[in-house]
Design a protein around this ligand. Structure first.
Ligand code: ADP
Ligand code: MG
Length: 693
C-alpha cells in the first residue's frame, strides 16, 4: 500500500490549480497522470528577465524588463491590425502590440498615465522598439511579483507556459516533507538538499548553472530515481533467488514433431539459445533470460521450442506482445506450427469479449490451450491458467520489469523469457534488466539476401516514386514510412496522409495508409490487405516499426531518414529482406544534413549487423541517449540522464546492494524511508517482494 504521506502526489494532475479536466488531460499527455509527474517535468532552460535597460537602449531580439509610463492607446481600424499601446521612459518610446487585443481589457491592464513594468522580447521595427504580446505587465509598485528568472518547460499544444507554470508551482507546494532515504554520509559529502528542497530548487532555478544536470538539486533527484530503479531490480533479483523455481524438462516429442514439420533446420545460434533456455528451465532456479536477436534472426522459433518444452512437462506457456497486431501475428505464425505437435494456440486481446472470450478462458483454465498469445489483456484478473510454467515476453521495447512480474504472478514459479530485437550492449543491458542471463542470436537464417541500402536527397522524390513504380510493376510490395515527430502526432499524420494522396495519383487504389490514430480493426484490415497483396504500397507512420511481418515486401522507403535514430532505422529496414527476394531500402533525406545524421546514414549504408549498429549508435550518441530514449528498450528515466549521471548509476547500484545486505526487509528507519522512495517512483510491485510487505 502506498504510504498516505504520498497521497497528495498521486492525486490526478487535473486537480492542480489552474488546470481542471480539460487542461488536466493536456498536462497528463505532457507529463503523466499524477501530480508527481508534473514534479518530474523539469525545466529545460530559463528566461532571465534581469536585464533592464532604458527603452532606447533595449537591443533587438533580447528579453528585457522595462519600466515605462503608458502614454497612449491606438485602437486599430480593423481587427487584422494589432492594438497598439505607446509607452515611454525618459530615453524614448516603445510600442506594445496585441493582436486581437480587446480595448476594454487592455484599457484596464495598461491604464494611461500608469507606471508599469513590462517584460518581453524587444524587436526593432522601422526604427522603433516594440514588444509583441509582452510576457508580463504589472504596475511598477507590484514589480516584485514578476519572476525575474523564469524556467522554461517543454510544452504541448493548448497549454501555455503560464498555465503550466502555475500548475507546477502548485504541485511543488503539494510536495510533502519526506523522510530522508539517502545515506547521511553520502548526502553530506555531496551537499545535496533534502528531497523536498530539491524539488523546489529544480523548479525555481536561479541561474543557468541550476539547470545543469549536475546542479545539486537535479543531481539528487536523478540519484533518487536511479536508486529506486536499482533497488527495485535488486529486490526482484533477491526474490528470484529466494523462491525456488521448478524443474521443467519435457520429453522432447512435441519439439521433435514441430522441427520435423519445418522446411528448414534451426541455425546454430538458435540451437545454442534453445539449449541455454532448456538448461535454465530444467534447473530448480527460476529462469530470467533475455533473448536478444536482430529482426529476422528467428526468435519466434526459439520461443516456440521453449514453450513446447513447458507444454511437454505438463504446463502451459504464455507469449505476450506489445500490440494487438503483433499478438495476432504471433498467433498466426505459431498456431500452424504448434498444430504439427497437436498443441492448441489461442490469442487473447482486449478486443475479445463475451461468449468467445468466456469459452477461451474455460479452455485455458482446463489446460486445453497449451499456448496463449496476447497483449496486456493477459493481465486481466479473470485470466487463469491451469498451470502457467513459462512466460515469454516479446519486449519490443514496450514493457517494463513491472509487467514481467505481473505476468509471472499468473502461475507458480513461472520461468521468464524476454525477447528483444534491440541489440543492446551488455553494460547497458544491466541497468535495464539487472542480472538477467542473456542469449544472443548472432547469426541470421541462411538464404537471406542482403538489403541494398541507398541514400537519396528528398528533392529527387520524383525519381524515387518512378523507381518504386518500376519495382511494383515487377511484382514488388513497398513500405513507405513517414517520420513520427513525437511532439505533434497530428502533423505527422497529416504528412503521411498527404504522401498517401500523392501516391494514390500514381498507384491508384493499390495504396494503403496506416497510422497510430486509426482504430485497431482498421489498421489490421489495411495491414492484412498489404500482406495478402491486395495493396502494393503501404504508407505508414512508424507504427509498422513493431515487428510486422510481410515477407513478400521487398522495398522500404523511409522519408526524412535523417530524423530517425539508428536503432529505429535498423528496425524499419528489418521489415524487408525477410523473404528470399532481393530487397531495397531507400533512405530519403532532407538537406542540409547535420554531421551526426550524415554518419548515421553512412552506417546504415555500410552494415546490416544489428550489434555493430548498436555499438556505433552508442558511439554517436553516448550511453545517455541510447538509454534515455523510448526506442531503446531501456527504462525511461524522467530525471536521470545517463550521459551525465552514469557515475551516479554505479553508486546507486552499489548502494542498493549494500542496503539489502544489511537490511533485507527494509525495516530500519532508512529502510522504511526507502520504501517510500520506491512508492514515489511507482515501484510498488518491488515493495511487494519484501517478505513482510
Ligand atoms: P524475429 O522474431 O527474430 O524477428 P522471426 O522469428 O520472425 O524473427 O523469423 C523470421 C523469419 O525467418 C520467419 O519467417 C521464420 O520462419 C524464418 N526462420 C526462422 N528460423 C529459420 C531458420 N533456421 N532457417 C530459415 N528460416 C528461418
Ligand atoms: Mg518476431
Amino acid at each position: 500500500m502506498r504510504p498516505s504521506i504520498l497521497y497528495p502526489l498521486f492525486a490526478p494532475v487535473g486537480t492542480l490549480k489552474g488546470l481542471g479536466p480539460k487542461l488536466g488531460r493536456l498536462a497528463e499527455k505532457l507529463a503523466g497522470p499524477h501530480v508527481v509527474d508534473l514534479l518530474w517535468h523539469l525545466p529545460t532552460g530559463l528566461i532571465d528577465r534581469h536585464f533592464a535597460p532604458k527603452v532606447a537602449e533595449a537591443p533587438d531580439g533580447r528579453i528585457c524588463t522595462l519600466t515605462v509610463r503608458i502614454d497612449q492607446h491606438l485602437v486599430p481600424p480593423s481587427t487584422r491590425q494589432p492594438y497598439r499601446v505607446l509607452a515611454s521612459d525618459e530615453s524614448g518610446t516603445i510600442e506594445l502590440a496585441y493582436f486581437r487585443g480587446r480595448a476594454d481589457w487592455l484599457g484596464k491592464l495598461l491604464p494611461i498615465g500608469a507606471e508599469m513594468v513590462v517584460s518581453g522580447r524587444v524587436e526593432w521595427f522601422n526604427g522603433r522598439p516594440q514588444i509583441v504580446h509582452p510576457d508580463h505587465v504589472s504596475p511598477a509598485e507590484a514589480a516584485g511579483q514578476v519572476e525575474m528568472v523564469e524556467p522554461v518547460y517543454p510544452l504541448t499544444a493548448g497549454l501555455t507556459p503560464k498555465t503550466l507554470r502555475k500548475a507546477v508551482l502548485s504541485a511543488v507546494a503539494a510536495a510533502p516533507d519526506l523522510p530522508e532515504w539517502l545515506d547521511p554520509h553520502w548526502l553530506q559529502r555531496r551537499a545535496w538538499p533534502s528531497w523536498r528542497e530539491s524539488v523546489r530548487l529544480a523548479h525555481s532555478p536561479g541561474d543557468e548553472a541550476a539547470v545543469d544536470a549536475m546542479a545539486p538539486a537535479r543531481a539528487r533527484l536523478a540519484f533518487d530515481e536511479l536508486l529506486a530503479n536499482q533497488l527495485a531490480l535488486a529486490l526482484v533479483r533477491e526474490h528470484q533467488r529466494r523462491i525456488s523455481g521448478r524443474a521443467v524438462a519435457g520429453h522432447g516429442e512435441l519439439r521433435a514433431a514441430v522441427l520435423a514439420s519445418l522446411p528448414f533446420a534451426p541455425t546454430g545460434a538458435q540451437l545454442r539459445a534453445v539449449a541455454e533456455i532448456e538448461t535454465d528451465m530444467a534447473s530448480d532456479r527460476r529462469m530470467l533470460r533475455l533473448l536478444q536477436g536482430d529482426v529476422g534472426s528467428g526468435k519466434t522459433l526459439v520461443a516456440l521450442l521453449a514453450m513446447l518444452n513447458a507444454v511437454e512437462a505438463g504446463g502451459q506457456a504464455a507469449l505476450m506482445a506489445p500490440t494487438e497486431i503483433l499478438a495476432r501475428q504471433h498467433h498466426d505464425t505459431l498456431a500452424p506450427l504448434a498444430a504439427a505437435a497437436g498443441v492448441e494456440v489461442a490469442v487473447l486481446t482486449s478486443r475479445d469479449k463475451g461468449k468467445a472470450r468466456a469459452a477461451l478462458l474455460e479452455r485455458l483454465a482446463e489446460g486445453r490451450i497449451g499456448i496463449l498469445v496476447g497483449t496486456h489483456a493477459l493481465f486481466q484478473e479473470d485470466v487463469a491458467f491451469r498451470d502457467l510454467a513459462l512466460a515469454v515476453i516479446d519486449e519490443q521495447h514496450r514493457f517494463g520489469v513491472h509487467q514481467r512480474l505481473q505476468l509471472s504472478a499468473k502461475g507458480r514459479a513461472v520461468d521468464i523469457l524476454v525477447m528483444t530485437a534491440t541489440p543492446i550492449p551488455r553494460t547497458l543491458t544491466l541497468t535495464a534488466y539487472g542480472d538477467m542471463d542473456v542469449s544472443r542470436l548472432t547469426e541470421k537464417p541462411p538464404g537471406r539476401q542482403p538489403v541494398v541500402t541507398r541514400t537519396i536527397a528528398l528533392d529527387r522524390l520524383g525519381d524515387v516514386v518512378s523507381g518504386v513504380a518500376r519495382k511494383v510493376a515487377e511484382g514488388a510490395r513497398a513500405y513507405w514510412v513517414c517520420p513520427l515527430v513525437e511532439e505533434s502526432e497530428q502533423v505527422d499524420i497529416a504528412a503521411a496522409t498527404d504522401r498517401y494522396a500523392h501516391l494514390r495519383e500514381v498507384f491508384g487504389a493499390r495504396v494503403g495508409l496506416v497510422h497510430g490514430k486509426m482504430k485497431a480493426a482498421e489498421k489490421d484490415a489495411v495491414m492484412a490487405a498489404f500482406a495478402e497483396g491486395a495493396l502494393d504500397v503501404l504508407v505508414a507512420t512508424t507504427v509498422i516499426e513493431v515487428g510486422v511481418d510481410v515477407p513478400a515486401a521487398t522495398v522500404m522507403v523511409i522519408e526524412h531518414a535523417e530524423r530517425f535514430g539508428l536503432a529505429q532505422l535498423h528496425q524499419l529496414r528489418g521489415r524487408v529482406g525477410r523473404g528470399t527476394g532481393a530487397s531495397t531500402c531507400l533512405l530519403l533525406f532532407d538537406q542540409p544534413l547535420g554531421e551526426t545524421a550524415r554518419s548515421r546514414l553512412a552506417i546504415m549504408r555500410d552494415t546490416e549487423d544489428g550489434f555493430r549498429i548498436a555499438e556505433e549508435d552508442l558511439k554517436l550518441r553516448g550511453a545517455g541517449e541510447v538509454l534515455g530514449t523510448r526506442q531503446s528498450g531501456m527504462p525511461e528515466f524522467r530525471l536521470a540522464d545517463l550521459a551525465h549521471h552514469s557515475e551516479l548509476l554505479e553508486v546507486a547500484r552499489d548502494d542498493a546492494r549494500l542496503v539489502l545486505e544489511r537490511d533485507p526487509e527494509l525495516k530500519s528507519p532508512r529502510g522504511e524511508a526507502l520504501r517510500t522512495l520506491l512508492y514515489l517512483f511507482e515501484r510498488d510491485q518491488a515493495v511487494r517482494y519484501l517478505r513482510s510487505g
